[in-house]
Design a binder for this molecule. Structure first.
Ligand SMILES: [Fe+2]
Length: 138
């Protein structure tokens, strides 16, 4: 099952970040594919953890690129705030899942799908415009 399909509209033209976004798509799709094979808590939990871990690393990588500019990235606070909101929601979900609390997996996957698409096409595109000329483009 494919939740997130990559196409050129998702590219922000910064090779390092585009590659990380493609990996995020793959990890989200892995969760959906594992679920589609039937509910296996251990396997689903492993995929969710991989997605969350990678997202946290990816957010840190983007924030490090923002920090490269001595004048500072003007949208830094807003961008980091979105990363934190997403991280909090994902870790809360993962924690509830691990503790066998009632969770709505479909709602979470819908959140992930919409969040990634919206964030890339808005916040990350703005970041890419800022980074263009500062780091090698794709
Ligand atoms: Fe971002």
């Amino acid at each position: 099952m494919t939740l997130l399909a990559w196409d050129d509209s998702m590219s922000i033209g910064v090779k390092e970040i585009d590659e990380q976004h493609q990996r995020l798509f793959q990890l989200a799709n892995d969760v959906a594919a594992t679920l589609a094979r039937g509910f296996d808590k251990e396997a689903v939990g492993r995929d969710l953890r991989a997605l969350c871990d990678y997202a946290v690393d990816h957010f840190a990588a983007e924030e490090a690129l923002m920090d490269l500019d001595v004048d500072g990235y003007p949208e830094y606070d807003q961008h980091v705030s979105e990363h934190m909101q997403c991280t909090t929601k994902a870790l809360d979900f993962l924690g509830a899942f691990a503790e066998d609390k009632a969770v709505d997996m479909n709602e979470f996957l819908q959140f992930v799908t919409l969040w990634i698409r919206d964030h890339i096409q808005r916040m990350d595109q703005t970041l890419a415009t800022f980074l263009r000329g500062r780091i090698p483009a794709a």
